[in-house]
Design a protein around this ligand. Structure first.
Ligand code: NAG
Ligand code: NAG
Length: 222
């Protein structure tokens, strides 16, 4: 084997542990998030509370047994347990969510810019899928029943739809304390201020009137 290749392998081995983590690795045991509005500076994440002042409460979120209210246009509700709801998650690179679905309820096509998502169905039946990036745009899709687990790779557009006749519940875990959510329709047709209808008409191969209609709709965040 040639020497340059070996050197390259060693260098790769040295940098790999950093490259594998999406959120930065913690530099201390615990870092309970606090809002420091006075100092007017931001860090990549949240400020840490003095670790000596941390209590069990900082690491507890209660209420994930409570069904989300699915009375909206989509018939679904996401209850996030991200760093904003659970400050002890700060710097840990994980979070979770509960998703409730009425019959025909949809968690519409969206992406998490900072996290992969692994989801388990604990009640009902969900038709789920994600689409790979250009140029293939392959749809990877299946139907999940109670106990089935599915993973949505980081950044890819995905959805979950309750095609069963009863309510469905899923619990998701995400590989970021703050995964971010970009709901495709909301971002494209519900941006504030609106994107020019010239741009969207061309992008979607639609008449401007159709774009104006879409932009006039109310795009709810579930
Ligand atoms: C659910 O949301 C709807 C619409 O916002 C509201 O009218 C209803 O009171 C809510 N139900 C509960 C149980 O909170
Ligand atoms: C994507 O499509 C190209 C051309 O059709 C094909 O050669 C390639 O194998 C596909 N890649 C994947 C990951 O499906």
């Amino acid at each position: 084997m040639d020497l340059h290749f070996n050197v390259a392998l060693i260098l790769l081995a040295l940098v790999t542990p950093v490259a594998f983590a999406y959120d930065p690795s913690p530099l201390q045991d615990i870092c309970v998030a606090v809002n420091d509005l006075k100092s007017g500076v931001f860090v990549n994440g949240k400020f840490c509370k003095d670790p000596n002042l941390a209590t069990a409460n900082d690491f507890v979120f209660k209420g994930l047994d409570i069904p989300g209210n699915t009375s909206n246009n989509l018939g679904s509700k996401v209850t996030p347990v991200f760093v904003d709801q659970l400050p002890g998650l700060n710097t840990l690179g994980i979070s979770m969510a509960r998703i409730d679905f009425a019959p025909n309820g949809l968690n519409p096509p969206h992406t998490h810019p900072r996290a992969s998502e692994i989801l388990v169905v604990i009640e009902g039946t969900l038709y789920v899928g994600f689409v790979t990036s250009n140029p293939n745009n392959t749809l990877i899709t299946t139907v999940l029943n109670k106990g089935d687990v599915f993973v949505f790779p980081i950044g890819l557009i995905h959805f979950q739809y309750n095609e069963g006749k009863t309510n469905a519940i899923a619990i998701a875990a995400l590989s970021s304390q703050n995964p971010g959510v970009i709901t495709i329709a909301n971002a494209v047709f519900g941006s504030k201020p609106p994107i020019s209808d010239n741009v969207l008409a061309k992008a979607f191969q639609l008449d401007k009137k159709v774009i104006d209609y879409l932009q006039s709709q109310s795009w709810v965040n579930n």
